[in-house]
Design a protein around this ligand. Structure first.
Ligand SMILES: Nc1ncnc2c1ncn2[C@@H]1O[C@H](COP(=O)(O)OP(=O)(O)OP(=O)(O)O)[C@@H](O)[C@H]1O
Ligand SMILES: [Mg+2]
Length: 407
């Protein structure tokens, strides 16, 4: 039998010659299912798949119904394993000069399959690593959040202590007032129960004078209102803290009120700012913005703390908000020390800090950046050393389709 692959090209345009060099095993088969020609790769494949057997036996790997299908439709293809070799077989049935003929190609795909399995394994490993990384990032985010709360704890405690202090002192005063009112009631009672209450009128009036009842009447509602306000303030701070430390793991982004976020964040950092910073608010009209508000609060908190820390003795922070072209923005401008150009390039790097050990870990802006990026937004910075800095957070009002759920 001629082997076109290892002889000189045959005369004319024998198409089978082209297959001589093919890596795939190619066979010509006559109408009776017998091999008439085969290229050299056929022998090599047969040696691997059917050691010691003639290459024609490769045809025996083709299922019987494959021939019927190929004769009816012109083609059959399938994958068959022999001796751990996986072979992709394609069978073409047709005619040549009125005589039935078939061409069969055998492609050893074992390597390809092994590579695919390896690739799948690598993909799975990568996927698992990505999941672990995402988990670690979430943990980092949470611990940075907790660390900043830790740093603020003293201030927050003070913010809570203050109202608790005056509510406590008000309760003491209220107790005195109640004592006085009870004493007056008793005085009234004994006057009523005496035979001649009218003659006791002077006693009652004197008692009333002595107990300063008029003053109590005026002061009591004020004390009550002030105490109520104090309790409300504590409730609000606790609620803000709870909201701030909340982890919305796996939750969808929700349309949120950024002004509310700003206010509660300001509430938490207030004690750190109030002694040296005047905060000016220029709030514009903001639509509800699709986001994880507790994460955006964390961004605002980092920016507010940085702004506060950049101001040495006294200064101001201007907070402005607005929305245009489907985006909402919040900008914070401080009159702090400003940022030198060579520092400005690095401020979003994790662990980059110019602050002394114990004051800054250099994670605030890195985490703020990753949160804002996750929200498909951006943080813009401009700064002039010695004059101050502006940080502007820009967020899309509506997240791109599907992003709110997958984020
Ligand atoms: N408003 C600002 N004014 C001046 N410098 C700033 C301002 N915001 C950030 N920086 C500079 O950017 C650096 C990085 O800020 P970042 O918030 O990431 O870390 P940090 O404040 O140093 O530490 P951490 O936030 O982890 O406590 C700061 O150390 C500071 O040099
Ligand atoms: Mg910081």
């Amino acid at each position: 039998m001629s082997q076109p692959g290892d002889t000189a090209p045959p005369r004319g345009e024998d198409i089978f010659w082209a297959f001589g060099k093919s890596e795939n095993a190619v066979m010509l088969v006559d109408g009776d299912g017998r091999m008439t020609r085969a290229n050299p790769s056929t022998n090599a494949l047969a040696a691997r798949a059917l050691p010691g057997e003639p290459s024609e036996r490769l045809l025996g790997l083709i299922p019987a119904d494959a021939w019927t299908i190929a004769r009816d439709t012109g083609r059959w293809a399938g994958e068959i394993a022999a001796n751990e070799v996986v072979i992709e077989i394609v069978l073409h049935c047709g005619e040549r000069e009125g005589v039935a003929q078939s061409v069969v190609t055998f492609d050893d795909v074992s390597l390809r399959n092994a590579r695919q399995i390896e690739l799948q394994q690598r993909h799975d490993e990568l996927h698992a690593a990505h999941r672990r990384l995402a988990g670690a990032q979430e943990q980092l985010l949470q611990s940075e959040k907790m660390a900043s709360i830790g740093l603020l704890a003293a201030g927050v405690a003070h913010e809570i202590n203050n109202p608790i202090g005056y509510v406590h002192s008000n309760l003491g005063t209220l107790q005195e007032y109640i004592g006085a009112l009870f004493a007056l009631i008793e005085c009234h009672e004994s006057a009523l129960q005496s035979g001649d209450p009218v003659s006791r009128r002077g006693d009652v009036l004197a008692k009333r004078e002595r107990l300063d009842i008029d003053f109590i009447f005026g002061d009591l509602p004020k004390l009550m209102a002030e105490s109520r306000e104090g309790i409300e303030r504590v409730t609000k701070i606790v609620q803000d803290l709870k909201e701030f430390s909340y982890v919305g793991r796996g939750e969808e982004m929700r349309p949120s009120d950024l002004h509310k976020g700003l206010e509660s964040t300001l509430n938490i950092v207030w004690n750190d700012l109030k002694y040296k910073v005047r905060v000016e608010k220029h709030y514009g009209d903001l639509p509800l913005v699709e986001c994880h508000l507790s994460e955006i609060n964390q961004v605002l908190m980092s920016l507010l703390i940085n702004a506060g820390q950049s101001i040495e003795t006294r200064g101001s922070i201007d907070i402005a908000t607005g929305a245009e072209n489907g985006e909402a923005w919040i900008s914070l401008t401080d009159t702090g020390c400003g940022i030198a150009p060579e520092v400005l390039q690095r401020i979003f790097e994790p662990f980059f800090t110019t602050k002394p050990i114990g004051r800054g870990t250099g994670l605030g802006l890195a985490i703020a950046y990753s949160i804002v990026t996750k929200h498909h937004g951006r943080i813009e910075v401009s700064s002039q050393p010695g004059i101050g800095s502006t940080f502007r957070v820009v967020l899309p009002v509506v997240q791109p389709a599907g992003a709110a759920a997958s984020a």
